[in-house]
Design a protein around this ligand. Structure first.
Ligand code: NAD
Length: 256
């Protein structure tokens, strides 16, 4: 295995879990994210799994920095075979109080960044006749919840983008798919649990049972490993015909 993967937002949560699983399977890894220990994490993963790794803290609010991130991946790892658009943020508020700057930030990081990264990787994937674009959308890419207007809008947008990239990529063996998880216990969700507990005067356990996992038939957080294994399958050589679709890993949420 000498394929390389760039995973945005991989110094925390789901992205870090995906990086570990890909490294374990021999992929060269471009770790990316704003966490201060990013370089350290990249070198630990490299040593643990004996694979080449790189690290970047490119700010996804800056389109030029995103193009550079893709170029840096190619320079440091030799190619970009798999692009996993994973970085994302959340903000919860009723519409009338939703700050414009948070709306714009969420659209930029959760949606626009996937376009800039995909566009920058496109010509390389086209030339090498191999590309796997995997977007970590959300069950909120196909379902809505109140107070999450920007997030739901961005995640639905990512699902649309996934389909267009699948159509245009098909002649070049570039596939594009979206993974749509339910709740996963990561720093992003742990912050929401704390905020909701305060807002609703509930204990953190009550927030998890009564609010968070209410819509999931399986009352368990989605394991990060499940998402990583799904991404690994989509990245394989033999996944050429799996394209333009969404994979809901949501404990039955969207079955309703
Ligand atoms: P997380 O907060 O643990 O990690 C987010 C990552 O994005 C971090 O590495 C952070 O540094 C990076 N990031 C944020 N803003 C950035 C910016 N401006 N520039 C560069 N990097 C930036 O979150 P997570 O829960 O692991 O979420 C990962 C993805 O999965 C997100 O797209 C999220 O929407 C999606 N998702 C999460 C859940 C969940 O329940 N946790 C469910 C469905 C989908």
């Amino acid at each position: 295995m000498n394929k390389s993967v760039l995973i945005t937002g991989s110094t925390s949560g789901i992205g870090l879990g995906i990086a570990e699983v890909f490294a374990k399977n021999g992929y060269k890894i471009m770790l990316h994210g704003l966490e201060k220990n990013g370089a350290e994490l990249a070198s630990e993963i490299g040593k643990k799994y004996q694979v080449k790794t790189g690290y970047s803290n490119a700010n996804l609010l800056d389109s030029k920095a995103i193009t550079q991130l893709v170029e840096d991946t190619i320079i440091q790892l030799g190619s970009i075979d798999v692009l996993i658009n994973n970085a994302g943020i959340q903000y919860v508020s009723p519409i009338e109080d939703f700050p414009n700057e948070m709306y714009e930030k969420i659209i930029a990081i959760n949606m626009n960044a996937a376009f800039y990264a995909g566009k920058a990787a496109w010509k390389h994937m086209k030339e090498q006749k191999f590309g796997r674009i995997i977007n970590i959308s959300s069950v909120h890419g196909i379902r809505a919840s109140e107070f999450k207007l920007a997030y739901v809008t961005a995640k639905h947008g990512v699902v649309g983008m996934t389909k267009v990239m699948a159509l245009e990529g098909a002649p070049y063996n570039i596939t594009s798919n979206a993974i749509c998880p339910g709740y996963v216990k990561t720093p992003l969700v742990e912050n929401q649990i704390k905020d909701q507990a305060k807002a609703h005067h509930l204990s953190e356990e009550e927030v998890i049972d009564k609010i968070m996992l209410k819509k999931q038939a399986v009352k368990e957080f989605i394991p990060i490993e499940t998402i990583a294994e799904m991404a690994l399958l989509l990245a394989t050589d033999h996944a050429t015909t799996i394209t333009g679709t969404t994979f809901t890993l949501d404990g039955g949420w969207s079955a309703q």
